[in-house]
Design a protein around this ligand. Structure first.
Ligand code: ZN
Length: 203
């Protein structure tokens, strides 16, 4: 159900969403993917939809719309044990990225910092901080939507989670609902209130 570790820049690493990569085709509610079923990614669509729902609540505070959920053991069928959205503006906290908030909430709920067997699902490729937090939390897997070609640390600019020098390397699956995740950010930055500033993406 997940991708094996692979080197950065390997074939198939074309970025999704904003920036490069092949242009996605038209999307419908019935099929989250462009052409045919994707047995690797389709099972994660419900969790990504929940992460997207979290992301959509962020702009109410002026925050870039990025959302995350943590699933308990069971892969895509695991229970959602925590959610988070980017709250950097709302809280004035530079570390208040969706992933960090979701990981903290999951640890609180589980009663410890080890999130063994859990999956972090996030709408945008994690940054260096959040990729590091994912490693430190011992999550089993990270699933993300759009690639962040400017700051991504899970395959785009760095590949922190699959760095073999680290003693824990979560599995990584990218490109789940990438078009929707990227479009949400594109729409946010193109909105009149945001067009002139905010090119830095928390992720
Ligand atoms: Zn981050």
């Amino acid at each position: 159900m997940t991708t094996p570790p692979r080197p950065a820049g390997a074939t198939g690493d074309a970025p999704f969403g904003r920036g490069g990569g092949p242009a996605p085709g038209p999307l419908t509610d019935a099929s989250p993917h462009t052409t045919r079923p994707d047995p690797l990614r389709d099972p994660w669509v419900p969790a990504m939809r929940r992460a997207l729902a979290e992301a959509r609540t962020a702009p109410g505070t002026g925050d870039v719309p990025i959302g995350a959920v943590v699933l308990g053991p069971g892969g895509p069928h695991g229970e959602i044990i925590a959610t988070g959205r980017n709250e950097r503006e709302a809280t004035g906290d530079p570390t208040a990225h969706a992933e960090v908030i979701a990981l903290r909430a999951a640890a609180h709920r589980l009663g410890g910092w080890r999130l063994t067997g859990c999956t972090l699902v996030v709408t945008l490729e994690p940054c260096t901080m959040c990729a590091g937090a994912g490693v430190l939390s011992r999550v089993e897997r990270v699933v993300y939507g759009a690639a962040d070609t400017k700051a991504g640390a899970v395959g785009s600019l760095w590949d922190v989670m699959r760095d073999r020098r680290l003693n824990h390397r979560p599995e990584v699956l990218h490109g789940v609902m990438a078009a929707e995740c990227g479009q949400l950010l594109t729409d946010f930055f193109r909105s009149p209130a945001r067009a002139a500033d905010r090119t830095d993406l928390p992720g």
